[in-house]
Design a protein around this ligand. Structure first.
Ligand code: FAD
Length: 417
């Protein structure tokens, strides 16, 4: 048995938090585990938020049944936020978000930080009705609640979440414009050649894709029945956006998908080292998730792990979070089990197409488009003659077949045959 009276405290009851708790138990860690989450919900899954939840197919996307927590002796404290960390005396301060007087000090032997991201917003849009971001189930349900009364939407930002939201709103019968300053959707992640195929996908489904242009101004109207004197922000309702070229787009709904920032505010004064912004920011960790402070680990979207190559990277994908949770749990439970190496992987569902990416392609890599039927496609990426990644749309089998080739340096010539 490992662990003492205080045991493991996990900050953030999202995917990374629940998976590390589960993995600790699976690795025979018998000490107390406390999982603290700022949202009022038990741990839930985020990928469905932009897909099945917006489409109205799912209401609950819990990661575990309610009985799991008692059965696994995991103390779940939701609706409570960690506001400060004191590594010197191994404690965290926990409070209810709306009630600082509820402040309580909780001890830990080992602390795990899995606090995820907070979406960027457009300046001056706080509280304007009809403007949305999408990170939480509350965000998704608020957006979904406006779909039936909307006929037009502008999605600002054509990253993965923006593209998925555009697809879902389109599938709900809304006339959607997708606005992106880069030359194509997903350009930063997958390069402009694949990005152009994604543009084609959206256009084929009737989405108006405006690339190479940004939003200049959000256009608002007084909100019907609003009480400007009690809540001035809510006194306005979005009616559209003005783009940098002066053109105006009508919008009952505007969804802002312009990236997210690591949630690290509670680390002020803790001495825990942060990663430089140029390398993605977030909490600096070694290759097993240990932070600069003893007995404190970080994982998931908020964590910036060092790779074996010495490079550092913060990744915002589901599978990556799950893998990091396994590594951290093994390290804390002191198992000597080998964790099999796997290539990096993520996916995105847009319309009825699954886009999958294996490996670590960079937008500057050489692209080899090997299959394209006008909708589905398959492409490899290479750098200096070596395969770096594969992207497929509607090509699950072909993508997955590449897995072993991404585990060792494989000449692109061997893949292309
Ligand atoms: C809409 C959407 C769609 C996605 N789709 C895909 C997809 O198709 N494929 C894919 O690979 N990935 C996808 N992702 C990414 C994936 O969901 C994330 O990588 C994953 O959720 C990261 O888990 P996490 O535990 O690091 O963070 P989160 O799941 O965000 O959990 C962090 C939790 O910590 C809580 N928290 C923050 N601060 C505190 C505090 N001080 N005290 C207590 N609790 C705190 C937060 O409220 C949150 O509940 C998607 C993400 C979103 C938002």
């Amino acid at each position: 048995m490992s662990g003492s009276d205080a045991g493991v405290v996990i900050v953030g009851a999202g995917l990374g938090g629940i998976r590390v708790a589960e993995s600790l138990r699976a690795n025979d860690y018998e000490g107390p585990i406390t999982l603290i989450g700022a949202e009022s919900h038990p741990p839930y899954d985020r990928p469905p938020l932009s897909k099945s939840v917006l489409l109205g197919k799912d209401d609950r996307v819990d990661l575990k049944p309610a009985e799991f927590f008692d059965e696994s002796s995991i103390r779940l404290r939701v609706g409570e936020r960690v506001s400060a960390i004191s590594p010197g005396d191994h404690t965290v301060t926990v409070e209810k978000p709306d009630d600082p007087s509820s402040s309580e000090t909780v001890g830990y032997d080992t602390l795990i930080l899995a606090t995820g991201l907070s979406p960027r917003t457009l300046p001056g849009t706080d509280g304007v009705s009809g403007i949305h971001v999408l990170r939480s189930i509350d965000d998704a349900l608020a957006l979904r609640g406006e779909i039936d009364d909307a006929s037009t939407a502008v999605v600002v930002g054509a990253g993965f979440i923006g593209c998925e939201v555009a697809a879902s709103l389109n599938q709900r019968g809304i006339s959607v414009t997708l606005v992106e300053p880069a030359p194509t959707p997903l350009a930063a992640a997958l390069g402009t050649e694949v990005g152009a195929l994604v543009t084609r996908l959206h256009q084929a489904n009737g989405v108006d894709v405006r690339t190479g242009i940004g939003v200049e101004e959000i256009l608002t109207d007084p909100s019907p029945g609003s009480a400007a004197d009690t809540d001035p922000a809510r006194a306005t309702k979005v009616r559209g956006v003005r783009l940098a070229d002066g053109s105006e787009l009508a919008a009952d709904i505007v969804v802002v998908g312009i990236g997210s920032i690591p949630v690290i505010d509670y680390l002020d004064g803790s001495g825990i080292e942060l990663a430089p912004r140029e390398s993605g920011g977030g909490i600096a960790c070694d290759e097993n998730g240990a932070t600069s402070v003893p007995d404190v680990y970080a994982l998931g979207d908020v964590a910036n792990w060092r790779l074996e190559s010495g490079a550092t990277r913060r990744v915002e994908h589901w599978t990556h979070t799950v893998e990091q949770a396994t590594v951290v749990a093994h390290r804390i439970a002191k198992t000597d089990a080998m964790i099999p190496a796997t290539p990096a992987y993520f996916w995105s569902d847009q319309y009825n197409l699954k886009i999958q990416v294996l490996g670590r392609p960079e937008s500057s890599d050489l692209l080899h488009l090997v299959d394209d039927d006008g909708t589905k496609f398959l492409a490899y990426y290479s750098r200096d003659g070596i395969l770096t990644g594969v992207v497929g749309a509607g090509k699950v089998g072909a993508v997955m077949k590449t897995r072993p080739k991404l585990l060792t340096p494989t000449p692109i010539a061997d893949v292309l045959g």
